[in-house]
Design a protein around this ligand. Structure first.
Ligand code: ZN
Ligand code: ZN
Length: 174
C-alpha cells in the first residue's frame, strides 16, 4: 500500500473542514492526503432500533474503494456511529486494515450544548483521524496519555492528548 490517503465524505460534510483535515493529515502522517470526489451514502448502515449508523457496515465499502484505488481511505461523516458493544464510537478501523471511519457527531461542541467551535472541531477530527490511521499502521492503544494512540472515551480526553505518535508508537510503523 503506497503512502496515499483518500479522504471520502460519508453523507454531507462541510468541504472546508475536509480540506483542513486533508492538509493537516498530510503533514502529520507523511501521507499524500487527497480529497476524493466520491461521496458514500451511509443509509444502508442505519440501525433503526438504535437511531445510529453501524460503523462495521460502513468499513467494507471503504475497504473496497481503498483496494480499487491502491490507497488507504479515511471516511468522514456527520452521522452518529456505533460499534457492537459501544454506545458510540468517535471512529473505527481494523488493525493493519486499509480504511477507517471517523464521525464528527460527538466531536462538535454543539453536541454537548456548547457554541460551535470550528477550530476545536478540526483539532479533534485531526487527532481522531490520526488515531484511527495509526490502527491502520498496526499501532494498538498506547498508555502514554500525550500520545495520539491513547484511547479517548470522551471528547475532553481528545483535547488532552497531542496530535502526535509517541516515539515508541512511531518506531512500530511498518
Ligand atoms: Zn483506538
Ligand atoms: Zn504511543
Amino acid at each position: 500500500m503506497v503512502g496515499r490517503l483518500n479522504v471520502i465524505p460519508i453523507g454531507p460534510v462541510p468541504p472546508g473542514l475536509l480540506d483542513s483535515l486533508a492538509a493537516s493529515l498530510s503533514e502529520l502522517l507523511a501521507l499524500q492526503c487527497m480529497l476524493s470526489d466520491i461521496c458514500v451514502d451511509p443509509a444502508a448502515a442505519y440501525d433503526i432500533s438504535r437511531g445510529q449508523y453501524d460503523s462495521h457496515l460502513l468499513l467494507p465499502h471503504l475497504e473496497d474503494l481503498a483496494r480499487a484505488n491502491n490507497a488507504r481511505v479515511l471516511g468522514v461523516t456527520e452521522v452518529d456511529i456505533f460499534s457492537s458493544v459501544f454506545t458510540f464510537v468517535f471512529g473505527v478501523a481494523r488493525l493493519n486494515g486499509v480504511a477507517a471511519v471517523i464521525s464528527l457527531h460527538r466531536l462538535r461542541t454543539s453536541f454537548y450544548g456548547l457554541p460551535e467551535d470550528a477550530e476545536l472541531l478540526v483539532t479533534r477530527a485531526q487527532r481522531e483521524a490520526a488515531h484511527e490511521i495509526g490502527h491502520l499502521f498496526g499501532f494498538t492503544h498506547c498508555p502514554d496519555r500525550n500520545c495520539v494512540m491513547s484511547f479517548s472515551s470522551a471528547a475532553e480526553e481528545i483535547d488532552l492528548k497531542s496530535d502526535r505518535f509517541c516515539a515508541l508508537c512511531q518506531s512500530q510503523k511498518n
